[in-house]
Design a protein around this ligand. Structure first.
Ligand code: HEC
Length: 104
């Protein structure tokens, strides 16, 4: 009787292990910079402007460096306490999706 419940318990634990391993795939640190940036951007940055701003002819940004600075400035204006990595992720997303500068 006791032994049986150990086996059942063990099986249960294994199931939990497999399920949580599957969920792990969705954790932010396993997403690419592009995916994290896209998520952050879509959550925080679309209330004022859509992507028309990033593709307009007379857009202001002329380099990756300046893109990152602008992301930083917009985040600061919004009172977001973003980590440098989050700034970088959003800059990477905007660059790969719209600006296509050499990333440096
Ligand atoms: C409170 C409104 C507002 C929010 C929210 C906002 N922005 Fe902006 N953003 C602006 C305005 C206004 C401009 C246009 C400035 C101009 O005409 O040069 C701009 C311009 C930009 C540009 C430059 C576009 C170009 O190439 O000319 C980038 C990049 C940008 N925003 C990124 C972001 C990011 C990233 C976020 C989220 C952290 C964000 N913005 C959130 C108001 C906002």
């Amino acid at each position: 009787m006791k032994i049986k419940s150990y086996i059942v318990g063990g099986l249960l634990l294994m199931t939990v292990g497999v399920v949580s391993a599957a969920v792990d795939v969705e954790k932010p640190d396993q997403m690419t910079a592009f995916e994290r940036g896209e998520q952050l951007h879509d959550e925080e940055c679309t209330s004022c402007h859509g992507d028309e701003l990033y593709t307009r002819k007379n857009r202001r940004i002329k380099s990756y460096e300046s893109l990152r600075t602008h992301v930083q400035r917009c985040a600061t204006n919004l009172n977001k306490q973003w980590w440098p990595k989050e700034i970088e992720d959003v800059a990477t997303y905007l660059n790969e999706q719209y600006y296509l500068f050499d990333e440096k």
